[in-house]
Design a protein around this ligand. Structure first.
Ligand code: ADE
Length: 249
């Protein structure tokens, strides 16, 4: 997969893109990321990318001309037509479903803002707008790195087989079950007996039930769209109802 990023802070990227699993994904060619400095498409001595807002108010606004020029020229740097994504707090919230959708694209072009906002006309360049959550960052770059990281781990060959299977469990819309490693006894805390039993069918059932219960407790909002059988759904609803009752008391 090819990812292009247009940013005013290209210096934020090399360390993250060069390290650990992302570093390896890029080194092996599973992922090809190209970071472009928006200032290369400015035409004034100060390489200005922002300006005061019409109508007044605080903060600066990202100017349209450099972004239009940058998108036009970056688009032609690779033969595949990119899905153009504006990274901003007003966008569609990123979740694993959207990550899976983005991960199937041959090419993404991420436009990152700094400053208080974009000139509204910049939005016409984008196929999608994506937010990584309901909070405001100083710019879209950390959000772009989150998108890149999340789509990278779904590229073939980036993770081992085990980890890929693990992602499928998330796609069922549940939080992960509790995990333990050695020692079996630590600071007076043990490990659920079933995990030491060697009975793989029992372990799988325990993990599934633990994932459903944990999701019902921590993220009841996920339960209705999770991929559950009738018994699991009834059990999850009971947990949610009981917790509501005890909170109301
Ligand atoms: N830019 C600033 N905050 C952001 C957020 N939460 N998601 C995506 N881009 C952003």
């Amino acid at each position: 997969m090819r990812v292009d990023v247009i940013t005013v802070v290209p210096g934020m990227y090399p360390e993250v893109l060069g390290t650990s699993i992302l570093g390896r994904a890029i080194a092996t060619g599973a992922l090809d990321v190209s970071v472009h400095d928006l200032r290369d498409w400015t035409d004034d001595r100060h390489r200005t990318t922002d300006d005061y807002p019409f109508g007044g108010g605080p903060g600066m606004v990202m100017k349209p001309e450099p972004v239009f020029r940058a998108v036009g020229s970056v688009r032609d740097m690779h033969p595949a037509r990119p899905r153009v994504v504006l990274v901003c707090p007003q966008g569609r919230p990123l979740d694993q479903g959207l990550v899976r959708e983005l991960a199937t694209e041959e090419r993404l072009l991420l436009i990152c803002g700094r400053y208080e906002g974009f000139d509204e006309r910049i939005r016409t360049l984008a196929d999608d707008e994506i937010s990584i959550g309901d909070y405001v960052l100083t710019g879209g770059d950390l959000a772009a790195l989150v998108v890149i990281d999340a789509v990278a781990r779904l590229q073939p060959g980036v993770l081992g087989h085990e980890d890929s299977a693990h992602d499928e469990s998330f796609s069922e819309g549940l939080l992960e079950y509790p995990q333990y490693t050695r020692p079996a006894e630590f600071n007076g805390m043990g490990v659920p007996e079933v995990l030491l039993s060697g009975d793989h069918a029992r372990i799988a059932r325990w993990r599934r039930a633990a994932a459903v219960e944990r999701t019902a407790i921590r993220r009841p909002d996920l339960i209705e769209s999770a991929d559950l059988d009738e018994d699991e759904r009834a059990h999850a609803r009971t947990i949610i109802e009981e917790r509501k009752r005890t909170q109301d008391d």
